[in-house]
Ligand binder design. Structure first.
Ligand code: PLP
Length: 439
């Protein structure tokens, strides 16, 4: 009997024993196409020799040195590489072990920034509904996924949630994309006014909403307006690119497509590409300077920040992305994937929307295409699709619709950047066969 405390107590999981490019292999030799990179993690696939060699070399040289005493070469080099390729206001990288830690760090940095500026009344964080920022208490409080929050509600921080930018479901037919984007962005202005601008600390959002909505980018102009509003009120903009960052959208950082720069940027998943647990919070020059010129100490920290082996893996991953020109390839393969999905799914009565950017795509299933009405959540479609796809040898990331009926079941696809067109076709074929057995 297993002594592992699994995600689902009554699951009977196969044992993964190997990885080969876009495939995972179980103990019976069955090969699974990793169509979602787990959860948008495995951007380089599963057997990248450069990353494996970098990890081995770093372990042989130095496995761990606590950052209270030392810095390390891989952490310094990875920070330099990230900053050299990030929006120009970002200047410092705070390494952590994953996405929730990155978001948690960002929330605390925003708070300390205002305390050090002599504005301790600034404590309100504004986030969006139907978002996900992680599972630790601060990050879960920021997230707007009703199901994930439900039973922990009494423990959560008080955070305002405004509308997401979710054009498919929420834009009336007679409103232009531009007007819709400005209108929902202006909800931020309204909420800041309600709370009193002098009390608001930060706004946090995913540039492309991942786990909760399934690859939903904002409409053009939305984030520019958000940036303007934040600037006008001295509110920090935190962008959570834990899922959509590190090349997945066809830009190293998703916000680069919107032409805006946040004050704090969170990344994880694709940074370690699954080879090591690593995340990072990038801070602007002025946010960092406020701490450096004030108390000089960020009142935060974890044992494994800046772990040399994780940083060596991250350095090899980002070097691979940049030196092999994988990011422009993500744009091209993403376009290919979108048209393959359209060809296969667009005519199906139960498909409401096929969307996304780069190799970050989502399909939303609806009971009625005209009204966009979701299927009854009691049907448990997402879980059934996940199971059927797994039987077909496909790992994808289906999510149930929200209970409030705001959005339907969807499936998220985030294949490795190395996937060939033929492999993407194979993925779409397996997904189509799986969905056909369920709906
Ligand atoms: N933020 C976003 C946007 C995410 O998608 C996730 C995970 O899916 C997280 C934060 C939390 O990351 P982690 O699971 O590494 O803690």
């Amino acid at each position: 009997m297993s002594h592992v405390f699994p995600r689902h107590c009554h699951s009977d999981l196969p044992t993964a024993v190997g990885g080969d490019g876009c495939y995972l292999i179980d103990a019976d030799g069955k090969r699974y196409f990793d169509g979602s990179g787990g959860a948008a993690v495995s951007c380089l696939g599963h057997s990248n020799s450069r990353v494996r060699d970098a990890i081995k070399a770093q372990v042989d040289q130095l496995a761990f040195a606590h950052t209270g005493f030392f810095t390390s070469d891989p952490a310094e080099k990875l920070a330099d590489l990230l900053i050299a390729n990030a929006p120009s206001n970002l200047d410092r990288v705070y390494f952590v072990s994953g996405g929730s830690e990155a978001v948690e760090s960002a929330i605390k940095l925003a708070r300390q920034y205002f305390v050090e500026r002599g504005e301790p009344q600034r404590k309100h964080l504004i986030a969006r509904r139907q978002s996900y920022h992680g599972n630790t208490i601060g990050a879960l409080s920021a997230g707007g996924n009703a199901l994930r929050r439900q039973q922990f509600a009494p423990l959560l921080l008080e955070i305002s949630h405004i509308a997401p930018c979710y054009e498919y479901a929420e834009r009336p037919a007679d409103e232009t994309l531009h007007d819709y984007g400005q209108r929902v962005a202006n909800e931020l202005e309204t909420e800041i006014q309600r709370l009193g601008p002098e009390n608001v600390m930060a706004f946090i959002a995913e540039p492309v909403v991942g786990a909760t909505l399934g690859a939903v980018p904002a409409v053009p102009g939305y984030f520019k307006r958000v940036r303007e509003i934040c600037d006008q009120h001295g509110v920090l903009l935190i962008l959570d690119e834990v899922m959509c960052g590190m090349g997945r959208t066809g830009h190293l950082f998703a916000c680069q497509a919107d032409g805006i720069a946040p004050d704090i940027l969170c990344v994880a998943k694709g940074l370690g590409a699954g080879y090591q647990p690593i995340g990072a919070m990038l801070a602007s020059k002025s946010v960092y300077a406020t701490i450096a010129d004030g108390t000089g100490f960020f009142q935060h920290g974890h044992t494994y920040i800046g772990h040399p082996v994780a940083a060596a893996a991250g350095l090899a991953v980002v070097s691979e992305l940049l030196e092999r020109d994988l990011i422009p390839q993500v744009q091209a393969r993403g376009d290919y994937l979108q048209s393959a999905l359209q060809t296969c799914f667009a005519q199906k009565q139960y498909v409401g929307d096929i969307r996304g950017v780069g190799l970050f795509r989502g399909i939303e299933f609806v009971a009625d295409r005209a009204t966009k009405h979701p299927f009854d959540p009691a049907l448990g479609l997402a879980g059934k699709i996940k199971k059927a796809a797994f039987a077909e040898g496909l790992i994808c990331y289906p999510m149930p619709g929200t209970r409030d009926g705001c959005n339907g079941d969807h499936v998220l696809l985030a294949p490795p950047f190395i996937a060939s067109e033929a492999e993407l076709d194979e993925m779409v074929g397996r997904l189509s066969r799986a969905v056909d057995t369920v709906i």
